[in-house]
Design a protein around this ligand. Structure first.
Ligand code: DCP
Ligand code: MG
Length: 434
């Protein structure tokens, strides 16, 4: 097949092949045609349900179909989500309810029914597993999928399989999803957000760098408000600027995060879609008696949990290459944030520091009921924690930690407490380790 400017593709409604130049589907007349030069090669997808809680409520009450619907309220008094009708009027997730109702006084407000949403989320996830065993859920309504090698099973390209999936969810579940298709996780996730709702966007390898050039740095995975502000202070607001900088410079300025900026800005992201972390991770988590929103409350818990994780790693003589922070919000939405370390680690200090910097980005007034920290990408301890050339303090902290470990072995775990955990030993309950 020769490459043309507008290659052949398919109709997203009836899935029939679409000719290169057609503006509407020859079979069903739909204008929703999918075409892209790399359509037959791309395999990494991100799928995210549209206005998830609101869509489920609309499904269950057809009278709401054209009305602005807000899910939220209750004790928390903020918007969990709003349907797209309400969004046009300015309603957004996390907005205080009174503000939302100022913007949209005729909105129908519905209290969240978490059990129902979890059930629907599971049903959709099950359907994802019909496409590929490589499904990596990120939250209740979204997941990464790697569809490489599924062409023979489904008798179609990953792109067509995904379009069929989106239709199946509409038919069988009664809500809509948006799909992003690319060659890596970063851009698949960016793509799924590009033409919501009922979106299907493709970002190919050839266009990635140019696509990213004019986008704000906040688009990059892991660049939250705080880090974007740091970059802005340094005069960096667009990804194109990062594309001009060299790796050493970025590494020197921003540490491990600088390295990530370097690669992601260039559309280089080698992270694999992986099945489930739990089976291959060491983690500890705790559920609070009350919900906490601030660093003062959360950091000590994180410190204590990091030490639990490190202790177990050292006992098993293993180390983890990726630190995972897990948070559960007051309304049971789970957030997990990962960061790959330069080298595998088994040190509480290292795990805690990474966890803390991931946590900093999540401090936005949201109250959390659970915090957890862990490591994945496990390996033998042999190549863990090499001398750090950039962070000179790391060696000292490593030595201090080794000394504390010795004391603990001798006198038990409560004998030594760091500043962060001191006096906070009884904070949480239900600590469990996975
Ligand atoms: N959610 C929440 N509080 C937030 C954000 C989200 O309770 N601050 C809940 C409600 C959402 C669900 O999580 O329905 C999924 O989150 P998304 O960010 O995917 O948002 P939506 O699915 O609602 O909308 P979109 O179409 O933008 O994905
Ligand atoms: Mg969603």
């Amino acid at each position: 097949m020769s490459h043309t400017a507008s290659p052949a593709g398919f109709c997203r409604d009836c899935l029939a092949p679409a000719a290169a130049e057609a503006r509407r589907c020859r079979k069903c007349g739909s204008p929703r045609l999918m075409r892209h030069p790399e359509l037959d090669r791309l395999t990494i997808a991100h799928i995210d349900c549209d206005a998830f809680y609101a869509s489920v409520e609309k499904r269950d009450n057809p009278e709401l179909a054209d009305k602005p619907v807000i899910i939220g309220g209750g004790k928390r008094g903020v918007v969990s989500t709003a349907c797209y009708v309400a969004r046009i009027r300015g309603v957004r997730s996390a907005m205080p309810m009174f503000k939302a109702l100022e913007a949209c006084p005729d909105a129908v407000v519905i209290k969240p029914d978490m059990e129902k949403y979890v059930r629907v989320g599971r049903q959709i996830r099950q359907m994802m597993f019909d496409l590929t065993p490589l499904v990596q859920p990120l939250s209740i309504d979204e997941a990464f999928l790697d569809l490489a090698g599924t062409e023979r099973l489904h008798h179609s390209s990953p792109a067509l399989t995904l379009a069929r999936f989106a239709r199946r969810v509409e038919d069988e579940v009664g809500i809509t999803v948006s799909v992003g298709l690319s060659y890596c996780k970063f851009l698949a996730k960016v793509a799924s957000d590009m033409n919501k709702p009922r979106g299907f966007s493709v970002i190919g390898e050839a266009e990635a760098v140019e696509f990213l050039r004019t986008k704000p740095v906040g688009l990059i995975w892991g660049v939250g408000k705080a880090f974007a502000a740091t970059l802005a202070r340094d005069g960096i607001t667009e990804i194109g600027q990062l594309q001009q900088m060299d790796e050493i410079d970025l590494l020197r300025r921003y540490g491990t995060m600088g390295k990530r900026l370097y690669f992601l800005a260039r559309g280089i992201d080698d992270r694999k879609v992986h099945l489930d972390d739990e089976a291959k991770s060491v983690s500890a988590e705790t559920t609070f008696f009350e919900d906490y929103a601030s660093m003062t409350e959360l950091a000590p818990a994180l410190r204590a949990l990091s030490e639990q994780v490190a202790r177990r790693l050292k006992k098993a003589a293993i180390a983890g290459h990726t630190v995972v922070l897990k948070l559960k919000t007051q309304d049971f939405k789970q957030r997990t944030r990962n960061r790959r370390l330069d080298a595998p680690s088994q040190l509480a200090d290292r795990i805690f520091r990474e966890g803390l910097s991931l946590l900093e980005r999540e401090i936005d007034g949201t109250k959390f009921r659970l915090i957890g920290i862990g490591v994945t990408d496990l390996s033998d301890a042999a190549d863990a924690d090499p001398p750090d050339l950039i962070d000179e303090g790391a060696e000292k902290r490593k030595a201090a930690e080794a000394a504390m470990d010795k004391l603990r072995d001798k006198f038990g775990t409560r004998s030594i407490e760091t500043g962060y955990t001191f006096g906070k030993g009884k904070r949480g309950h239900g600590s469990n380790q996975g």
